[in-house]
Design a protein around this ligand. Structure first.
Ligand SMILES: NC(=O)c1ccc[n+]([C@@H]2O[C@H](COP(=O)([O-])OP(=O)(O)OC[C@H]3O[C@@H](n4cnc5c(N)ncnc54)[C@H](OP(=O)(O)O)[C@@H]3O)[C@@H](O)[C@H]2O)c1
Length: 324
């Protein structure tokens, strides 16, 4: 067994996809007593925090669907999971959060295959990307990080209700959401586009969606949940600073203060406990909530009082374009 672990570790380093789960973190995850043999869909599950959540859950015998935009990366992630957990059930399905047609066909596939989902984890996200208008004239970070989650929910809600058992619907926020507000008249990104601000705003909008779903799902078996993973070493930052060596070096230095995706994943696992059965916001408990083991705390509200208006405005934009 030990030799097999060493062999896997060598392979991981070569592949740089992940390393073995450190025993301290696995002990913490085991102490959560997660239910066994459930099914989770993880958008963007081929890397970073999503992939680490998948690893823990393979360890706990869950069925895992990695919803990925790049099938090659998805198959590679699936192979890595199967190598580490040969008896697990992992699939990679195509899903592109930036395209409504892909969201639609992904949801159709779920319904057609009667996939019995227990947890849907909206994890896919982009960070600090150059200005680009996505579908419906919506700025791309807002579309991928926020609007896609609304579209998924809209497509799947009735199907979830038809399953007749509890479903957890997890959205991914960020502490950067504390630094900005969302403007309902600015779905297109505004005149003075700032990559970092646009990312933070997209996460404020995710918070609004979470509050909206709390209302919408009351009295149903669907429990909306919100996670923020703290500040985590993942490819997200490398992608954002690609081609900017100075900023990348600063980020790499700062990472010594951040936590690993394997640790960040614990915040999501925390929400999967059976005792978490009503809406909750979970993140790391360390200083400024940057790193550490999970805790539950109140959502920073910012301008979230307007949350219903944000979603109503989004519905109008979608309806206008869908009619045209
Ligand atoms: N890292 C942090 O410090 C931090 C802090 C707060 C919140 N978060 C949030 O945590 C989530 C996971 O991020 P991460 O840090 O684990 O970064 P990551 O490793 O880059 O993971 C992001 C995942 O999303 C996928 N993705 C991006 N655009 C997509 C699209 N259009 N369709 C489908 N999948 C798409 C990526 O796929 P590819 O591999 O194909 O690019 C990747 O698998 C994100 O929502 C992020 O905003 C991260």
């Amino acid at each position: 067994m030990y030799e097999r672990k060493l062999e896997l570790k060598k392979h991981r380093k070569k592949d740089s996809i992940s390393e073995m789960i450190p025993s301290k973190l696995l002990r913490y995850a085991s102490s959560l007593n997660l239910p066994q043999k459930k099914t989770i869909v993880i958008t963007g599950g081929n890397s970073g925090i999503g992939f680490e959540v998948a690893r823990y859950l393979c360890h706990f015998n869950w069925n895992v669907i990695l919803a990925v935009r790049n099938m090659e990366r998805g198959e590679k992630a699936k192979a890595a999971l199967l190598e580490e957990f040969p008896n697990s059930r992992v699939e990679a399905w195509h899903f592109d959060a930036s395209k409504s047609a892909s969201i639609e066909s992904f949801c159709k596939r779920i319904k057609a295959t009667h996939l019995d989902i227990d947890v849907f984890y909206c994890n896919a996200g982009i960070y600090r990307t150059p200005f680009e208008l996505g579908e419906h004239g919506i700025e791309q970070q807002a579309y991928t990080n926020f609007v896609s989650n609304y579209l998924l929910f809209r497509e799947l809600k009735e199907y979830f209700l038809s399953l007749g058992h509890p479903i957890k619907w997890i959205l991914t926020s960020s502490i950067t959401a504390r630094l900005q507000t969302w403007n309902d008249d600015d779905f297109h990104g505004g005149d003075k586009y700032h990559k970092g601000h646009a990312y933070a705003r997209s996460k404020v909008a995710v918070n609004h969606l979470y509050l909206y779903l709390k209302d919408e799902c009351q009295g149903t078996p669907i429990t909306p949940l919100l996670v923020h993973p703290g500040i985590t070493h993942t490819a997200l930052i490398n992608k954002a600073y690609h081609g900017r060596p100075f900023q990348l070096a600063i980020q790499s230095f700062m990472r010594t203060f951040f936590h690993s995706p394997t640790k960040a994943a614990l915040c999501t696992l925390y929400l999967l406990q059976e005792k978490v059965s009503s809406p909750r916001f979970c993140g790391p408990r360390g200083i400024f909530h940057w790193t550490g083991y999970p805790t539950v705390y109140p959502l920073y509200l910012g301008n979230a009082k307007e949350y219903r208006h944000t979603i109503e405005r989004l519905k109008d934009i979608l309806a206008e374009k869908e009619k045209a």
